[in-house]
Write a protein that binds this ligand. Structure first.
Ligand code: BG6
Length: 481
């Protein structure tokens, strides 16, 4: 690998989300948000999937790790200083909507919430770290779900617009890079996180998912419009979950199924947000669920808005690839947090069953680049693993280094292929609460946080082996892996 592979201004950094690390879930006026009612533990997804899931806190039955996070709310200066020590050029984080608008439908924002992010941003700027903000990362104010029915309700477009306008106006002088919704397409498989829909409030009806997407697309375009009116130089992207999808074999039916799975799971949302219109395959995709375009609530003005305000770049997460097989009966299956599929005999899996596939990242970058001809930003990638600190709290995480090294190599190769890649922010650069399982023991970080699945520990931060390794990667602009 040569140094020239990575552009001079490549944005090396790390990524987090407010609900998974801040804690302080009721401090300084913050309202409850969706993750505040999600119990911790491997059963999290099953509990959400139950028809009895009621979006309430049951302290007697469950623990709620998102309430404490890693207490970043009170440690952010220390944490950002550690990111700076690694040489981060950027730091991707999100704004907890319910810190700014506690219920979500207020007209005026909560000043204490805005002040917190002023301080976080100032801290980044002080260390020459470019903030990269996800406006909404799986943390919808709870009230918007319980009182308004979540994103199926078009009123949410206005509430999101107010939220986006407030934060863009307040921070645009210091923050150039933005994303509108985290993993907007994850609703294809599990609409709870991005759309606030569980089976108990309508997730089993696909019409709700598509209507919510439409409303989110409109909301996203409004945010893009606001951002560019404030400053045409602002870069505002979409953010999708991308899992490179292979056909199990050369059977034409499997090839066709792969193409369709790609359209539905990987491309649909980005097609709308990047190209500014619904793709031609929309009609057939809806027909798969016995739906038609006329079933939906949309206006000509909304479609015009989508066309006028597409996103500037494509942010995406990449952890694993999947396999399509509609022809053969397969016994083995692979897991992901929100996706799964047939297991791939050529790949190894993480402890949580995610299939590790660095070449899949090169393919993802090439596919996205060929399709959209827009800048790409890998805003999540990484290995969730159980770390074993020694008596000095040191974690020798060579397995994580191996994972990241191979993926970074693949990024360099995709850049050689011609992909325009803006940056790379590995997920959970500091250990945080897992989105799918609410565990602390599933760790991604370069920095170990002394805290267990019950939220107990000293909350001290310790550098892992990967900390110095990533520091060297950044210092050499990806030349020394
Ligand atoms: C992505 C999300 O799906 O994957 C993150 O954007 C999440 O919020 C990450 O944490 C890793 O998934 P998990 O379930 O291991 O935390």
């Amino acid at each position: 690998m040569t140094e020239q592979q990575f552009p001079k201004n490549f944005l090396w950094g790390g990524a987090t989300a407010a609900n998974q690390l801040e804690g302080a879930y009721q401090e300084d006026g913050k309202g409850l948000s969706l993750p505040d009612v999600l119990p911790g533990g491997k059963e999290r997804m099953n509990i959400i999937a139950s028809p009895d899931f009621d979006f309430k806190i049951h302290d007697d039955k469950y623990v709620y790790p998102n309430h404490i996070g890693i207490d970043h709310y009170h440690h952010f200066k220390e944490d950002i200083a550690l990111f700076a020590e690694m040489g981060f050029k950027c730091y991707r984080f999100s704004i907890a909507w319910s810190r700014i608008f506690p219920k979500g439908d207020e007209k005026e924002p909560n000043e204490a919430g805005l002040k917190f992010y002023d301080e976080v941003i100032d801290e980044c700027v002080k260390h020459n770290i470019e903030p990269v903000i996800t406006i909404s990362h799986y943390e919808l104010p709870l009230y918007l779900i319980t009182e308004y029915g979540s994103w199926t309700n078009k009123k949410l477009i206005g509430f999101y617009e107010n939220f986006a306008r407030t934060v863009l106006t307040r921070y645009h002088d210091r923050v150039k890079y933005w994303m509108t919704f985290n993993e907007i397409n994850s609703a294809a498989h599990f609409p709870i996180m991005s759309q606030g829909l569980a089976p108990s409030n309508g997730a089993n009806d696909k019409k709700n998912i598509f209507q919510s997407w439409h409303n989110q697309f409109v909301a996203s375009s409004k945010a893009v419009k606001i951002a560019h009116e404030l400053d045409p130089e602002l870069q505002i992207g979409c953010m999708i979950l991308y899992a490179t999808t292979y056909s199990y074999d050369s059977h034409p039916e499997n090839q066709l199924a792969t193409l369709k799975a790609n359209q539905e799971s990987n491309f649909f949302c980005a097609d709308v947000q990047v190209r500014g219109h619904y793709p031609a395959y929309t009609k057939n995709l809806l027909a798969k669920y016995d739906l038609k375009v006329s079933d939906f609530d949309y206006t000509k003005e909304e479609l015009e808005l989508l066309a006028k305000h597409p996103v500037d770049y494509i942010g995406f997460s990449y952890y694993m690839s999947t396999v399509q097989d509609v022809v053969n009966e397969r016994q083995t299956s692979a897991q992901g947090n929100f996706i799964g599929g047939v297991s791939n005999p050529f790949l190894k899996s993480s402890e949580w069953g995610w299939q590790i596939d660095p070449t899949g990242l090169r393919i993802a970058l090439d596919q996205l680049s060929d399709r959209y001809e827009k800048p790409l930003f890998i805003v999540e990638n990484g290995l969730g693993a159980i770390d074993q600190p020694d008596e000095n709290h040191y974690v020798k995480d060579d397995y994580r280094i191996d994972y990241l090294r191979e993926h970074i190599k693949a990024v360099g190769e995709a850049i050689d292929d011609g992909a325009d890649v803006m940056g790379y922010t590995p997920w959970g650069c500091i250990d945080l609460v897992s989105a799918s399982t609410g565990e602390m023991s599933k760790r991604y970080g370069f920095i170990y946080v002394d805290e267990d699945d019950e939220g107990k520990g000293t909350f001290n931060r310790y550098k892992k082996q990967s900390f110095d390794w990533y520091k060297k990667v950044i210092a050499t602009n990806g030349a020394d892996l």
